[in-house]
Design a protein around this ligand. Sequence first.
Ligand code: HEM
Length: 517
Amino acid sequence: IYRITLHPLSKIPGPLLNCISSWPDFFSAASGDRHVRLWQLHEIYGPTVRIAPNRVSTNTIAAFKSIYDARANVQQGPLYRTFIASNRGRVDLLDSEGEVHSRKRKIISRAFSEKGLRLKEDSIIEHQNTWLEEVTKTLQDGGDHEAGHMWTAPVNMSEWLPYLTTDIVGEVGFGKSFELTTNKRFRFLPQAFKGLVTTNFMVGHLPPTLQSGLNSVLKSPIMSLVIPPEVLNFDKFTNELISERVAQELSESPATAFEKGNDDFVTLFRDEDGGLSTSSIDEIKSEATTLLVAGSDTVSTAISGLLFYLTHNPRCLEKLNVEIRSRFSTVVDIRRGYELSGAKYLRACIDETLRMSPPTPGYLGRSVLEGGITIDGQYFPAGVELGAPVYALHHNSDYYPRPNDFLPERWLQEIDGKPRAEVISQDPALARAAFAAFSTGRHGCAGKEFAYLEITLFIARLVYQYNIQLADDEKKRSVGEGQGPYGPWGSRIRGHFQIQDHFTGNGYGPWIQFRRR
Ligand code: HEM
């Protein structure tokens, strides 16, 4: 009764069950569809909704800016304590606060600086070339180069792209390619990432009393009896990976390492004297898990989504083909620089994909600190959890007219030489302001520029060299799409790439075929 009468959040609208118990939000998180459920709640209850006794969701730009502002009076919410627990009590960049966070962030940001990106470009391209060679090796049954029938067999992007993005993050982050693309040995990794985030996401949404109990269990060795084998293998894998890389690093003087252009996370964590102390090594281990997951899962979901939307919207694919094929005269020229950053339609397609099916689609909760915070004119006291869920913001029709249509044009000032206003009633500045795919503020994505580079190079080099199409097999064509008129509200549109929200989001498909131009 207290929770719906005298509680400081009692005036905030929301379903009665959510206001009195944390279980409905837990079940929503466990289902993988919490992002859609939050969108539904905003459609019903308006911009501010109480989604659990002590948890509020908002879907306005002002709230998004205030909650995630670098100086906002908040800290990472309870979910992040579960991340710490499952990382054996070690605190990493994503879970840390204050000075610890600033120091870690400074180190990790060096990897994604202008110089860092320049150093990594060759490696990204090399991995993408290997991947393309591998997935285009098998022609469809009856395929015959001579006869001009050269479509490859359909390839499941959400199975194959994680191999590529894991290879890339391994190479640039830890100086070691895992070679998932060409070798089956480490192909358990993407499943392990998924298992780990899904478990953490569920535990992190249990009612508070149960959660703190389970967090202690997560830290204890007894967990190794119940943790799925691929997650245990992952733990062993990161420990061995870092130990091996550290031994190699220590065999080189700091000057040699930097001269050789080593700028992975191991080199970056050297202290001012060039040493690598035991605490730094422990710190690298704690960062490894986050970086491997944050840097691979997200990018593969983004590229899968983009291939889904391009093959479902032939008009957009055609425009993109024309843009890329007319800007470059050879694939070798497709690198960072003026021509690639001038490919505005490509960037608009990427942003529209990240809007429609964001790889981190959900509610990134923040706990209000002593002194409280005012959001959209409303005061929230210390202890309340606040968040502006990415998917709900991205489908808010006040900011994005026709929110379920894939319209890259909404991001452009000029469309085919005509002022944008004549083509679509979308203010690109408003679209930009409500864009939350990478979040913002102190914990905003550290790898944003790296992610754009990876996706841009991949798509530009792909469409320059290949024609692509959705699998011609009826069953495979529908993988990844919405469920049609009988599916749940918010998941019905066939042309909408569906994702599951487990903190990072995963999709299924699309199955794509390639044909060399
Ligand atoms: C399309 C791709 C990506 C998307 C949509 C994305 C999105 C995000 C979001 C929303 C956050 C904030 C999470 C939170 O507040 O809980 C975040 C944080 C982070 N991301 Fe990304 N990310 C992407 C790619 C990458 C890549 C490629 C890397 C690195 C290789 C990376 C590294 C990080 C790190 C280290 C953080 C934590 C930052 C901090 O807490 O200070 N991300 N990302």
